[in-house]
Ligand binder design. Structure first.
Ligand code: HBI
Ligand code: FE
Length: 279
């Protein structure tokens, strides 16, 4: 039973992954033998370059758990990572051929299974790729699954996503994911740091998000964050800042049904809109 490919946004190219090998739930086996020497070399070079950029810019909590990925000279076997991950936070990473439909994505997260695309970008795409590949997912997302608070937040996000889909509020919840797990900033004792996977796996956006005077940096606040649109193919124009991972977890404790009802009556914010002047 194969699956139809999944494409997001105005992607002009067909999706990269081979969805015919995906099961009902869109997971597949990591096709480890398909990796070429060039693939392993691309992963190694991306890992070396990105890990050298982390000090002073990436969350210390991320830097502390990054070594849990194991191998850096080649693409790791997901089974090897899972042995440690299961022991640490009862999460498992599962291979997928690429982006998967929202409901399938939320269901996996709700079951503490994180979908990891198993192909890697071509050498000529070293600088940038729109679709998440194995480097974005492994280097960007997997280390913080070893952090108990983030691990619980992402499961709760998945549970909330299934409810949001039923309430037609998927886009509002997707923004929360985008501005935290993908592009979130955190205030640590040593200063402002990045914890979002989209930033941590990007050579250019890591410094930009933490140090550039250009983007807006607002405190994470559900009513604002869930109404702020985002762009998928440029650096973010707005980042949302938290003071602790616990804050994320507590934020998503209540049921969002009434919040969605209120917010859908209010105007949205453009990705680069100014903060409201507090009256
Ligand atoms: N699929 N494999 C994969 N990885 C993602 O991060 C992902 C996805 N599908 C949908 C999605 N993210 C976002 O739209 C979520 O906000 C739902
Ligand atoms: Fe991602």
């Amino acid at each position: 039973m194969g699956q139809a490919p999944v494409v997001y946004g105005q992607s002009s190219r067909p999706p990269r992954g081979d969805y015919s090998r995906a099961h009902e739930d869109f997971t597949c086996a990591q096709d480890f033998d398909a990796y070429t020497a060039a693939d392993h070399d691309t992963y190694h070079r991306l890992y070396e370059r990105q890990s050298a950029l982390l000090p002073g810019l990436a969350s210390q909590a991320f830097i502390d758990v990054l070594p849990k990925l194991g191998a850096k000279e080649r693409i790791p076997r997901f089974d090897d990572i899972n042995e440690q991950l299961w022991r640490a936070t009862r999460w498992q990473i599962v291979a997928v051929p690429g982006l998967i439909p929202e409901r399938a994505f939320f269901s996996l997260l709700a079951n503490r299974q994180f979908p990891v695309t198993d192909w890697i970008r071509k050498p000529e795409e070293f600088e940038y790729i729109v679709e998440p590949d194995v480097f974005h997912d492994l280097f960007g997302h997997v280390p913080l699954l070893f952090n108990p608070v983030i691990a619980d937040y992402i499961q709760r996000y998945g549970q909330g996503g299934l409810k949001a889909e039923d309430l037609g509020a998927g886009e509002m919840l997707a923004r929360l994911y985008w501005y935290t797990i993908e592009f979130g900033l955190i205030r640590e004792p040593a200063g402002l740091r990045a914890y979002g996977a989209g930033i941590l796996s990007s050579s250019g956006e890591l410094q930009y998000s933490v140090q550039s005077p250009e983007p807006r940096r607002l405190p994470l606040e559900l009513a604002r964050t869930m109404r702020t649109r985002y762009k998928i193919d440029t650096y973010q124009q707005t980042y949302f800042v938290i003071d602790s991972f616990e804050q994320l977890f507590e934020l998503t404790a209540p049921d969002f049904t009434h919040l969605y009802e209120e917010l859908r009556l209010l105007p949205e914010f453009a990705a680069d809109s100014a903060p409201l002047i507090s009256t």
